[in-house]
Write a protein that binds this ligand. Sequence first.
Ligand SMILES: [Zn+2]
Length: 464
Amino acid sequence: MRLLVRGGAVVHAAGVDDADVLVVDGRIAALLGPSVRVDADEVVAATGCLVFPGFIDPHVHSRDPGQTEKEDFAHLTAAAAHGGVTTICEMPNALPPVVDAAIFEARAASREGRAHVDFAQWVMAVGEGDPDDLAGALDVGAVGAKIFWGYGLDRRTGGLLYNVADVDAADRIPPPSIGDVYGACVVAARRGGLVAAHCEDPAIIRAGAEIAGEGRGYDAFLQARPAVAEAAAVAAAAEVSLATGCRFHVVHLSTAAGVAAVRRARASGASLTAETCPQYLAFTAADFERLGPVMKVYPPIRDASDQAALWGAVADGTIASLGSDHAPHTLAEKHLPLERQPAGINGVETLVPFALDAMARGRLSPVAVARLLSTRTADILSVAPAKGRLVVGADADLTIVDPARVVEVDQAALHHKQKLSLFHGAELRGAPVATVVRGHLVMREGELATPAVGALVRARRSAA
Ligand SMILES: [Zn+2]
C-alpha cells in the first residue's frame, strides 16, 4: 500500500521544507522534492498545509474499564483522531489500575478494534507496591511509572481517593510517600525508565486546607492548594532523581514557583523534564467568573503571573512536552458546586488546535509545535524513533494541518463522550484536516475511518 501526501510543507526538527511524503506499508519511505513524480494507491492533497510528525498526547484518562459512564476508549480515541493526535498515552488509573505486566497485557488486548489511534500505557506505582510488579510492567513496554503523589487508593476497587477520609483506614492503600517515589525511581533507573508524578505535596495541601478553613469560592480553593505544594514536590523529586539517576517527569506543571523549581533542578544536573497543559496556558483564575466550577482541575488553574511563567518555560524549553490531561467526568458531576465536584476536564480533541492557534498568534513556531507535541514527547516516553519523527523508516504517523482555517469550538460537536470543553466558543486558527496512523488515513476532513486500526505502542529503552 502506497500513500502519497502531496504538495504540503513538512515540519522537521530543523525547519519547514516543501516536500511530498511517500508512505509504503505504514512507514515513511521517502521525502520527495515537489517536482518528483511517483505512483501511489492513494494521494492526499496537502497544498497550503503543514505536515507534522504525528502528534502524541502523553496524558489521557480513558476511564475504561470501570468508569465508562464518564468516558470510554472508543470515544477517547475518536476524539484524538479528530483532534490530530496519532498516539495517546493512557494513564494507569482505570479500574482496576494497571500495576503489573499481566494487567498491562490484558488491558492492551482489550483495546484491539476500539482504538482509532495508536496507544501507549503508563503503569501505576502505588504505596505498598511490589517492586517486581512495577519492573515487570516497565519490561513489557509501559512508557513509565506514574505516581499519584498524595492520593490514596481504595483497596477494594483500586480507585484513586481524591479525599482519603472517604474510605475506612482498613480499605485504603495509603498515598505514596517520598519513600515510595524513591523506591519507584530505583526500580525504573535500572531499566533506563521514567517516573512521572502529579507533584503537589500532600502535607502542604493539608496545611493549606486548614488555613483556608471554611472559606468558599475560587480564592479559597487556591489557598487550600498553594503553589508551594508544587514547588516543594518538584524539589524533592529532583533530589531523588539526582540520587538515583532516574529520569523524572513532572506532569501538568502549573505555577511560576513550580517552573522555578524545575529550572533549579535541571541546572543542578537532575534528569528532570516537565509537561504543561493547554488549560494552564489559556485560562487564569479570572476566568472562573465566566466558566464557573467546571474549570476545577488539579493542580488548579492560577494567576496571570503563573501563566506568563509557563509560557516563558515553553519558549525556552524548560517545559518539554504538552499534554491534555484529558480527565472526563459526567456532566452531572461537572455541574456540582466547586467544593463537591471532581477535578478534571476533557481536552484530547482541543490539545492540537490550541497549539496551532498559539502558532498562528506567533507564540510558537511550527518547529516548536512539532517538538512539544511530538519529538520531545516521544523521546521522554521512549517511543522514538518509530514515533515522533518525520524521517525515512519511522512509522508513517502524520498530522496534516490547515494553518489558515478558523474553527469556533462547539463542545456539542466534539467526539469524546462528555460534551464539555473549557474552549467552547473560542475561535482557534489552525485545524487538523487529516490524521494518518501508520499509513492509515484515520481522519480526513472530519470523517473518521473504520475499522479502528490503532495498536499498542511499547516503549523501547536500553537499560542504564
Ligand atoms: Zn492526569
